[in-house]
Structure formats: structure tokens, C-alpha cells
Design a protein around this ligand. Structure first.
Ligand code: SF4
Ligand code: SF4
Length: 390
């Protein structure tokens, strides 16, 4: 039985979407949206779902995550109902809905308490590492003598287990709800050779074509920033951020693997051109480039996409930026001829902020990195069903 939530619009407005009540369902926004199609019609339909209080239909929608918030719909809305902001708000609401800890809701709707939690978490990590720090070699920078690697490693594992539990729960519930809504069953995914093929193609669409290749963002949303030079295009900045993040993840994993298999102990000095170091450096530059532009766009409130930033949007960007910046400062310190005392303290900040970044993954804007690919998988599946019935 579908339950009607009479407070849905009011609740949503705590997450943003201040103007949504002005919508008269004319449909202009859906007509202009370059990403709405037969398999995903929005944003008018979603505003209507909110107006009639259908929470479950709203949050369990793959369409929410196919929108890239270009703002074209808002520019065309005769009522100034700001449908682009509504879509962003509905995504925040969905993240909070699927986060069973309640932290995401606090971060989105109680900015002062959210800021306090963020500061306390950051201070906790910083003070903890400061309390256990070891010696500072002044001849060469020995970072893991200052903060022991086993402590960082153990703390990282504990954090990742906690974060993985919340993340898998949220993503699992979203996948279950979209599957139910779209009539996707295990049989339709894996019940035959054709079903396997369709599932594989949907997976490739979600992870390869869209998440890595940014195809629709690049091609279909391109006409909202036609005058921007390539280096400032939103899809490229978004892609460089993703590629940078994945590159850093790969470098960290390879480093860890080399340590486990006895090929290179973590913390061993290597030249700048050493392949894994080079991968980390290029990926870090890519990430910093993307994140810095996003911060400039948000600070300047450029266009419809960036005019309304929530503190939790900033939290994600600021933590990423500090992690990147401190990472580069450590790299500089490592290649200076003598050990710099500041290098040890920058390392401490770097580790503390990186831990905080991981901790807030399921509760901040960062969560869209998990929810969007899952939704795109179902979107890809819907397209495959139309094109090639099993
Ligand atoms: S948001 Fe604006 S354009 Fe879209 S249906 Fe409502 S009134 Fe029309
Ligand atoms: S912001 Fe852009 S992609 Fe999103 S609904 Fe509006 S027009 Fe479509």
C-alpha cells in the first residue's frame, strides 16, 4: 500500500527547494530538459510526486540521479519554481532517506549542529594523532616514525568497515526500491543468456560510458555552457574530479599491494618518476583542478547550478581540497634536500582530514558517487529492455 506523506513538501523544503510550491505542472521543464526521455521523465513528474506526498516513489527513482543539474529547466520555468534546485534537493533528501544513522539529515537540515559535528570529528582525529606522535628526524623526513603506519592502517580499516556498512546498506536499499518500482527481478537480470548480456551492457553503460566517460553530460548537456572554453566546461571539471579520485584510489591500492607482497614497504622513499608516485601526482593534480573550479563556481554562485550551495556541499569540497593540498605539500617536503619540521605537521593534518573525508562518505554530497552509478545501471537496463527485449 502506498502511504501518502502530507508533510513531504515541507520536509523537502528543509533540504532546499524553497520555490517549489509555485509549480503549476505546466511541463515546460520536462520539455526543455536534455536528459529527460521515455525511460526517465523529469523534473515535472517529480515535483508532482512531492506535491501529492509520494515519498517512496520520489526517493526510489533512478531519474533523480540522471539529472546533472545544468539549470536549463529553471531558466525556462514560467513560475520561477526552480525545478533544477528541486532535483538537487530531492537527491539530498534521498541520501538522508537511505542513511539510517540520521547523520545526513543533520548535515543537510541543521547547519550549525552539522558544522559542530564536522569540527569535532576533525579535532578528534587531529588530537588523537597528535597524542600518539613519535620522533621527528631532522636529517630526512620519516613520516611513519612521526605517526606510526600500523596506527593509520588499523584506524583506516576500522573506519572503512563502518563506512562500508552504512554505504552498502544505503545503496542496497536504493537498488532494492528501484528494482521493485521498475519491476526488475533476479530472473530478469540473470535468468537467461540474453538477460546476462543485458545486465552486462547496463553495467558498462553505468560505469564506463556514463561514470567514466560522462557521455550524456558531455554531449546532451553541452549547450548550456557553449561559450565556456574547454578547460572550464562543467562536464570536464566533473570528469577530472572523478578520474583524479579514482587515480588516487588506484595508487593507494597499488602501494598497499606492493607492501603486502613485499615489493616495497610503505613509506620507502622513491623518485618522483616512480610509476605509482607519478600516478598519484597526476591523479592529485586532476582532482585538485576539478575541486578548485567547483569551489570557485560555488563561491561565485555562477549560474543556476551553483547558486544554492548547502554547507554539506562545501564540506565535501573543502575536505577533498585540504586532503589534496596537504598531499602536495608532503610531496614537496619529501623532495627537499633536508627534512622540514612543518612536513610532519602537514602530514598529521593530511591524515586527520583524509580520515574525516572517509568517515563522511555515506552522509555528505560524496554519497552521490555511490547512488548515481546504481541509478544509472537501472536506467541503462531500462534502455536495453526497450532496445533489445530478452
Ligand atoms: S517547475 Fe516550472 S516549468 Fe516545470 S512544471 Fe512546474 S511550473 Fe512548469
Ligand atoms: S537541471 Fe538540467 S538535467 Fe536536471 S532536470 Fe533540469 S534541465 Fe534536466
Amino acid at each position: 500500500m502506498t502511504l501518502v506523506n502530507l508533510n513531504l513538501i515541507t520536509d523537502l523544503q528543509m533540504f532546499g527547494a524553497a520555490e517549489v510550491n509555485a509549480c503549476v505542472s505546466c511541463g515546460n521543464c520536462t520539455a526543455i530538459c536534455p536528459l529527460a526521455d521515455n525511460d526517465a521523465t523529469f523534473p515535472r513528474r517529480f515535483i508532482r510526486l512531492a506535491q501529492v506526498g509520494l515519498t517512496d516513489d520520489l526517493v526510489a527513482s533512478k531519474e533523480l540521479w540522471t539529472c546533472y543539474q545544468c539549470g536549463m529547466c529553471t531558466n525556462r520555468c514560467p513560475q520561477e519554481a526552480d525545478p533544477a534546485e528541486f532535483m538537487a534537493t530531492a537527491r539530498r533528501y534521498a541520501i538522508a532517506h537511505y542513511d539510517k544513522s540520521g547523520i545526513a539529515r543533520i548535515l543537510y537540515t541543521k547547519p550549525v549542529l552539522g558544522a559542530l559535528i564536522t569540527v569535532v570529528a576533525g579535532l578528534f582525529f587531529a588530537l588523537f594523532f597528535a597524542s600518539i606522535h613519535g620522533t621527528q628526524d631532522t636529517q630526512s623526513l620519516k613520516l611513519f616514525d612521526f605517526i606510526p603506519y600500523p596506527v593509520i592502517h588499523t584506524m583506516g580499516i576500522v573506519l572503512m568497515v563502518v563506512v562500508a556498512l552504512f554505504s552498502l546498506l544505503g545503496v542496497g536499499l536504493l537498488a532494492r526500491d528501484i528494482a521493485k518500482r521498475d519491476g526488475v527481478t533476479w530472473g530478469s537480470l540473470f535468468g537467461s543468456g540474453a538477460a546476462w548480456k543485458r545486465t552486462g551492457k547496463a553495467l558498462w553503460y553505468a560505469l564506463g560510458i556514463e561514470s567514466l566517460g560522462q557521455k550524456r553530460y558531455r554531449e546532451d548537456c553541452a549547450d548550456d555552457d557553449p561559450v565556456e572554453p574547454l578547460y572550464k566546461r562543467r562536464w570536464l571539471i566533473h570528469a577530472l574530479t572523478i578520474w583524479g579520485f579514482l587515480g588516487l584510489l588506484a595508487a593507494t591500492t597499488i602501494n598497499y599491494g606492493m607492501d603486502v607482497f613485499g615489493l616495497k614497504a610503505t613509506g620507502t622513499w622513491v623518485p618522483i618518476w616512480y610509476p605509482v608516485r607519478l600516478l598519484g601526482t597526476i591523479a592529485g593534480l586532476s582532482l585538485m583542478y576539478g575541486v578548485s573550479w567547483f569551489m570557485v563556481f560555488r563561491a561565485k554562485k555562477l549560474g543556476e547550478t551553483w547558486k544554492d550551495s548547502k554547507p554539506s556541499d562545501w564540506l565535501f569540497l573543502v575536505l577533498l581540497w585540504i586532503t589534496g593540498l596537504t598531499g602536495f605539500l608532503i610531496e614537496i617536503a619529501l623532495y627537499l634536500p633536508s627534512a622540514q619540521v612543518w612536513g610532519y605537521w602537514v602530514f598529521l593534518i593530511h591524515v586527520a582530514v583524509a580520515m574525516e573525508l572517509v568517515l563522511f562518505l555515506p552522509f555528505s554530497k560524496f554519497a552521490h558517487a555511490m547512488y548515481r552509478p546504481v541509478s544509472l545501471f537501472f536506467y541503462g537496463l531500462a534502455r536495453e529492455k526497450v532496445d533489445q527485449p530478452a
